[in-house]
Design a protein around this ligand. Structure first.
Ligand code: SF4
Length: 709
């Protein structure tokens, strides 16, 4: 009956973490047009170019339509039997932890919930991680250290209500375009609003900047430590807020003053003009309503957690948090990175924002799931997980809705080690996804516009994605596929789901279990107020920001307004940050610092967006952006084909010479791969070096050499 759930109406965009509402026009079994959903709080009728081309990326051609086992097309019964029997055989021979799952921020929350329950709760392996690790694991780790919870304190209205918006490591104009549109409109309405852009590259986001800081890559922690020192020296620290609501300020400040904190010293280290630096510091220190919006430029670093922490420290020290238009605001890359974390989809999480070490969590979740198979300690984070496959410690991996042979650092090695792995199961929508090259069992999955469920965007807003079209071919929903495998493994009672509404209800009830704020033992993520929705109510669910519970039945716009945090002391923590340089070392043969990122009109590994001709028109081929003087030294002219050589291979692209590119640095898009251009996988250039706390790879700080072809 789910495949027949065709109804006109609204759904949610499947691309970036803004999470825009989309209205579709149905024309039989096709979507003939899309428009921004006026009633959705994220976009209020707007769409970016990717969202407005959604209907151009649909259709049966190019889709995976049938299951395959060992290269042969089979029926679902055979495919599911093979998945269950091979997983069971490997676990029987090598133990529960010999199997792993690798998920995606593209999955819906209901899919994620079933996966987490199956792998951790019933297969008993802790090794379930997700490509959210590449996206905002560092931001999560810093929020948890400081606030006691993976809880984004702000909402999108804060961008419009701020006096000062700082974009740090975020090209909002390209990567979260509707938020950029909202910010631009707010700035036009309020000429007193100021915008600061901190980014090594001059990007389109600079169009609305009152101040641009072209920072040296990797020096962000130094910049924000220097800001804290400036606030202290100029008596702009809010000691009342610190005394009432925080701990750790003195130790944090001591660490800051271990370095030279003069403007001149910081400007030299960050490669900035001293006057501009002072202007930024003065603006931040003298305004209360400040939002610092940060993204992958901060997170994708071997010290990403500390960089996020340095930002949070400045907000706490100034009491710039829990107020309209104020807070440290991490913006996620993917549509459901947050929903995946809500269910516990990261390897260091257990379930429903409970970690393994959360007191009573293992017993609580075991009892709720009625399983005694739960692991007792965290599993491997993404890079560690694939290392364990290479060592032969993990012998089976089920990869869903993601393409790690393109997106993980040292991508060529990832492909090689997966080719050697005894069992690779891949659930996927598209027939040209490169991950299929290494799959033993291929399971065709439904995609956007075909599946029903929920996603959570960057402001904690839960929205419905709706099934509007029938599934193509034999494709099935991810939660159904896993449920059917669970039944074959003997777990039928625990996976007796007939509709995603039932999964959402279970997820909502678990989130509120034993959540006792009155006695100080509480979790911010609590959507127990959404438990018990029947199918009709679930289908009609309007966007709502969590927590949603008895205390907040209408949801919650902004967190920590009362200054209480879910830490042991009830206070937020400032933590000392000691700045560190990027770990991928430059050398004579690799003298350029490599930055990787998105282009405006493509999404991830292009399996969907490349189907739209107008999206391809924006950047039709892989490229390398270089400063003209670096290009001249290497004998490279505009438009010339060049080769970059990095940690794990070579990347070919066409030179684009830009004065907005810093000298000594190169930028390449992360999207292209063997399906489109066999020699342009950006991640072969990146070494698998990660942040020690978050496990997030250092994707913004490669080291490469460049030669003309
Ligand atoms: Fe989709 Fe993001 Fe564009 Fe909104 S801003 S339409 S969520 S890609």
């Amino acid at each position: 009956d789910i495949g027949d759930a065709r109804r006109p109406g609204s759904t949610t965009c499947p691309y970036c973490g803004v999470g825009c509402g989309v209205r579709v026009t149905l024309d039989g079994d096709t979507i003939s047009a899309v428009a921004g959903e006026e009633r959705h709080p994220a976009n209020q009728g707007r769409l970016c170019v990717k969202g407005s081309a959604l209907h151009e990326t649909l259709g049966q051609s190019g889709r995976l339509l049938e299951p395959r086992v060992d290269g042969h097309t089979v029926g679902w019964g055979t495919a599911l039997d093979q998945v269950a029997s091979r997983l069971r055989a490997i676990q029987n021979a090598h133990g529960p932890a010999s199997v792993a799952g690798y998920l995606s921020g593209q999955l819906l929350t209901e899919d994620y919930y079933v996966a987490n329950k199956l792998f951790k709760g019933f297969l008993g392996t802790p090794h379930l991680d997700t490509n959210s690790r590449l996206c905002m694991a560092s931001a999560v780790a810093a929020y948890k250290r400081s606030f006691g919870a993976d809880a984004v304190p702000c909402c999108y209205e804060d961008l419009e209500q701020a006096e000062l918006v700082v974009l740090a490591g975020s090209n909002l104009a390209w990567n979260h375009p509707v938020l950029y549109q909202r910010l631009k409109a707010a700035k036009a309405r309020n000429p007193l609003m100021r915008v600061v852009v901190i980014d090594p590259r001059v990007t389109d986001s600079c169009d609305i900047a009152d101040l641009y800081l072209g920072i040296a890559p990797g020096s962000d922690a130094r910049l924000f430590n220097g800001l804290l020192a400036f606030m202290q020296r100029t008596h702009r620290v809010d000691h009342t807020y610190l005394a009432r609501h925080t701990e750790g300020f003195e130790e944090t400040l001591d660490a800051v003053f271990e370095d030279d904190t003069t403007l001149e010293a910081i400007a030299a280290e960050c490669d900035l003009d001293t006057e501009r630096l002072e202007t930024f510091y003065y603006w931040f220190a003298t305004h209360l309503h400040v939002v610092t919006l940060y993204s992958q430029g901060i997170n994708q670093s071997s010290s990403g957690t500390d960089k996020c922490q340095a930002i949070i420290n400045c907000h706490l020290a100034g009491g710039k948090l829990g107020l309209p238009g104020a807070g440290p605001f991490s913006i996620t890359g993917q549509p459901n990175a947050m929903g995946g974390r809500e269910v516990g989809g990261l390897a260091n999480q257990l379930a429903a924002h409970m970690d393994y070490h959360t007191p009573g969590a293992i017993e609580r979740v075991s009892a709720f799931w009625q399983s005694d198979a739960l692991p007792t300690a965290p599993g491997y984070k993404a890079i560690e997980l694939f290392d364990a496959i290479e060592r032969g410690e993990i012998l089976a991996v089920w990869i869903m809705a993601t393409n790690p042979v393109v997106s993980l650092p040292d991508a060529a090695r990832i492909k090689r080690l997966l080719a050697e792995c005894p069992l690779v199961i891949v659930s996927e929508c598209m027939a040209n996804a490169e991950i299929l090259d290494v799959a033993d069992i291929v399971l065709p999955a439904t995609g956007w516009s075909e599946k029903d469920g929920t996603v959570t965007n960057s402001e904690r807003c839960i929205s419905r994605q709706r099934g509007l079209l029938p599934a193509p071919g034999e494709a099935r929903h991810d939660w159904q596929i896993m449920t059917d495998v669970a039944c074959r493994l003997g777990f039928a009672e625990a996976f007796d789901y007939a509709h995603p509404a039932e999964i959402f209800d279970e997820h909502a009830r678990l989130s509120g279990l034993d959540n006792d704020r009155a006695h100080g033992d509480w979790r911010v993520f609590d959507i127990s107020g959404l438990g018990g929705l029947d199918r009709e109510a679930y289908d009609a669910l309007a966007p709502i920001r969590w927590p949603v519970n008895a205390a907040h039945p209408e949801g919650t716009d902004r967190l920590f307004a009362d200054g209480r945090f879910p830490t042991a002391s009830g206070r937020a923590r400032l933590l000392p940050v000691r700045p560190q340089a990027p770990q991928q070392a430059l050398s004579a043969s690799r003298p350029l610092r490599l930055n990787t990122g998105r282009v405006r009109d493509q999404w991830h590994t292009m399996t969907r967006t490349a189907r739209s001709a107008r999206l391809m028109n924006h950047r039709a081929e892989p490229f390398v952006e270089l400063h003209p003087e670096d290009a001249a030294v290497a004998g490279i002219q505009e438009g010339r084909l060049v080769a970059l050589t990095g940690a794990g291979g070579q990347y070919l692209g066409r030179a684009r010479l830009k004065r907005g590119q810093r000298r000594g640095e190169a930028f390449v898009p992360m999207h292209w791969n063997n399906a489109f251009s066999g020699r342009a996988r950006a991640n072969v250039l990146i070494a698998p070096i990660v942040d020690a706390i978050s496990g997030q790879p250092e994707s913004k700080h490669g080291a490469v050499g460049v030669q003309p072809l």
